[in-house]
Write a protein that binds this ligand. Structure first.
Ligand code: HAM
Length: 419
């Protein structure tokens, strides 16, 4: 038997209502903040991701699904959305229509990571990107959107972590300072951190390995070395967050796994999902548009992992979705009325009702059982003596009340159902 690929997951009909519930909240909240939805292709040229996320990152270095297409071009299944959104923003001159472009998305992503709880190879993100303003108010607003969505899903065990990575210059100076600090400790670092020391030294802060964490305990913090502009912006972000009642912690080690960030970065962590605890992450990326060939355009955004969030919701038992019931089940009493029943069903469906009936020539008893299984609000009995007298029997399944309705009088059925 052929099975689904490791790290991918089927969403069965019993899973989907929870996804719809989450997606409705995401759309509602983004729309309240006047964001418009964008959908970009599942695959892009590999160079787009290499240039934006960064050659030395884990994502580009070892996690991308990359292949050559028939023309010999190197193609990659998108591991994240920001690069594609900024590409589309530049390609379609979206910034020419208004100065600030606010976009949101819900889409599958692909990363060849080692699968574990909350970590998949095909996973789904929702997220937002606000392109065209450097205002720190927008940073705080992004965090608010993210936080409000998680709260609307009923989640409680959340920690908002924020940091600032400063400007490129601040970061370069800090990297030198960190290199000096770690120089005589380098040999004691874990193998991964040794590599990062040479390639992407800031990412050393991401290490969960105890020995690295011990060595880093007294390391200088970027947040203490910020340039005036980044510091002022960060102070404003903190002030706005406080004003809009979003509790947060400053995490000087929050460096994020993608290279395009500058200034504000943030993550929201759940205490209920195990090791992969970041429900979402984001930050400012003021230089990305220019790096991808556009005009200099400051921007900020975040993306959230839907599977991880739903895992947190399940573990916190944070919301319940009722299975969609049907409005009416048509019960065929006489075998020969099969066509009549399906004709009535199709008319009722065209009027917008959720309708079901039996396709398997089952007994009246079995049809009743199924009507109950589907939680039908009404049952309509077609056949028997009533049918000979030109009537159908409509039964309210909650009150057991019954009403005779002339055959073919669809509008009377509908009027009674609405009551
Ligand atoms: P990221 O931190 O790489 O950021 O991913 C965001 C979220 O996607 C994570 O916090 C996590 O919930 C989820 N996620 C990532 N990888 C996996 C995986 N293998 N399995 C399940 N969930 C996963 C970005 O993607 C940036 N584009 C965020 C951003 C948008 N920054 C600015 N704008």
């Amino acid at each position: 038997m052929i099975k689904a690929i490791k790290g991918t997951k089927d969403l069965l009909p019993s899973d989907v209502p929870r996804w719809h519930y989450l997606e409705d909240i995401v759309k509602k909240i983004f729309t309240n903040f006047n964001y418009k939805e964008i959908r970009t292709p599942i695959f892009e040229l590999t160079s787009l991701f290499a240039r934006s996320i960064g050659e030395e990152t884990d994502i580009v270095g070892k996690e991308m699904y990359t292949f050559e297409d028939m023309s010999g071009a190197s193609i990659t299944l998108k591991p994240e959305m920001t690069a594609g959104v900024v590409r589309a923003f530049i390609e379609h001159s979206l910034g020419a229509q208004q100065q600030l472009t606010k976009l949101y998305y819900i889409s599958p992503m692909f990363r060849q990571e080692k699968p574990q709880a909350g970590r998949l190879r095909q996973f789904h993100q929702f997220g937002g990107e606000a392109i065209g303003s450097a205002s720190p108010i927008l940073d705080a607003e992004m965090i608010q959107i993210a936080f409000d969505i998680l709260k609307s899903l009923g989640l409680k065990d959340l920690t908002v972590k924020i940091n600032s990575l400063g400007t490129t210059e601040t970061r370069e100076n800090f990297k030198n300072l960190l290199r000096e600090f770690l120089n005589d400790k380098k040999d004691k670092l874990s193998e991964d951190s040794k590599k990062r020391f040479d390639n992407n030294i800031l990412r050393i802060f991401d290490s969960k390995i105890e020995i690295d964490q011990k060595l880093l305990a007294d390391a200088p913090a970027l947040i203490d070395q910020l340039d005036d502009e980044s510091k002022n912006d960060f102070d404003l972000v903190k002030e706005y967050l406080t004003k809009i009642n979003i509790p947060f912690e400053i995490d000087p080690h929050l460096v994020r796994g993608l290279d395009y960030y500058s200034k504000t970065t943030f993550e929201i962590i759940s205490g209920k999902v195990g090791a992969q605890d970041a429900l979402l992450g984001g930050g400012r990326y003021d230089l990305l548009a220019e790096q991808l060939g556009g005009k200099p355009t400051p921007a900020v955004g975040f993306a959230a992992g839907i599977e991880r969030i739903l895992l947190a919701c399940e573990n916190e038992n944070s919301f319940k979705v009722d299975e969609l019931s049907i409005d009416i089940y048509l019960i065929r009493i006489d075998k020969e009325l099969e066509l009549k029943v399906s004709e009535l069903a199709s008319e009722l469906r065209r009027k917008g009702l959720r309708v079901e009936y039996d396709y398997l020539q089952r007994s009246v008893k079995a049809q009743m059982r199924e009507a109950n299984k589907f939680n039908a609000r009404f049952a309509l009995f077609i056949g028997g003596g009533e049918y000979e007298e030109g009537k159908m029997n409509l039964k309210d399944m909650k009150t057991s009340e019954q009403k005779l309705i002339p055959i073919d009088n669809i509008s009377e059925v509908i009027d009674n159902i609405k009551i």
